[in-house]
Design a protein around this ligand. Sequence first.
Ligand code: BG6
Length: 449
Amino acid sequence: MKMKDNSATFVILGGTGDLAKKKLIPSIYALFRDGALDEFDVVSTSREEMSDEDYVSIVENNVEKTEGWEEFCQHLHFVRLNFYEDGDYSHLKKVLGNCERRKLFYLATLPQHFQTITHNLASHDLVTDYDKVIYEKPFGDDLGSARELNDTIRKVFPEERIYRIDHYLDKELVENITVLRFANSIVEPIWCSKYIDHVQIIASEDFGVEGRGEYYDKYGAIRDFFQSHILQLLALTTMSRPGQFDAKCIRDEKVKALSKVKVLDAIRGQYEGYLQEDHVARDSSTETLAAVKLGLDGRRWDGVPIFTLFGKNLADKYAQVYVQFKRTEQRFSGGRINHSPNSLVVSIQPDQGIYFTLNTKVPGEMRTTESEMNFCYTCHHGPNTPRAYENLLIQAVRGHQRSFVRSDEIEQQWRIVEEIEDQEPFKYEKGQIADQVRDFIGERRWHDL
Ligand code: BG6
């Protein structure tokens, strides 16, 4: 069978969930509108009974309808499917018929259903040798379950056709970390313990669990955010140069970096009011914020602490990687001059850019001042960079795996999580930085907090 590169039948398992409504359908529509898909159909499933038209009316509120919406809807189909009902899979098979196109199964469901769905897709003969599968995060809820899941799905799909989502990997500035480090001869030589004092990886959100209490209370900040986004940022920041800039080499290097990571310290917090959120246990000790100090074995990162901080209901929404270099011991005209350490910030969102601080001379005096070299990404490239889910979907259609997480990365990530000790979270006021967070970093200061 000859497959067109940009064609697919998207089969969305969990078609009425937030992810499907808010991200997947709008993204497939955007791809269609931009002419990125040659041929496609969308078959969305969920437990409810409804017609294709009912489904359109559920999803259309989240879509900015411009040209082609009516035509797009002709490709939207709905099939009722209870993940645990054999008969429903047989019906889905009938609807898909002898689908000539490659199918892209998207498991936009809670992770506890992944194994059953994967197993049932195979046992009902729904998977051909061309089909692919995308798993939303979180992939497993600990090392054991992630391994078990990897074992199950590898019996159905080979690794080259498995796409584990971490949508941070497709953010422009996250992809830029690799380019910044390895395409610039001035960066890599100083990217080591001889020059770097410490690294901070911060992801701060100014909202709470937003209706996701049921999921969040089971996972918490460490399993929801640290296990995935933070550890991927850490892997990209600390990995060695990949032989090539392809999925295999980059993922090989990320796994090597992750396997050297050890947890040095951690604290957990919970925002005031969390216990009153819908679907959250009234006595829950789930953390909504955490700070974790990490180190890496080996000479390159010897003695360089990596402080990570992530949490909900903080003052602002932003994400960044901050690298602070060691202070020089320079003396001028016999006297010591106070100057700041250089730093480099990769600002992932909302501002997208790379900032480098340098010490320069104050005019007329032998005194230094801090100046910023500022590369504003949107100023150079405009604000219309593709949105993460559009990009991820088209990459999966085309078979590019660089922005997806491989089985061994996921297992390393869970290994690291399991090193963090359980402890009762402290309470923090919404929008406030708790003393525990401030003190966590010792003599150093959190950047921008
Ligand atoms: C998701 C987490 O993976 O990422 C959420 O489950 C979090 O808790 C979200 O809010 C943040 O994504 P972004 O792209 O808005 O930073």
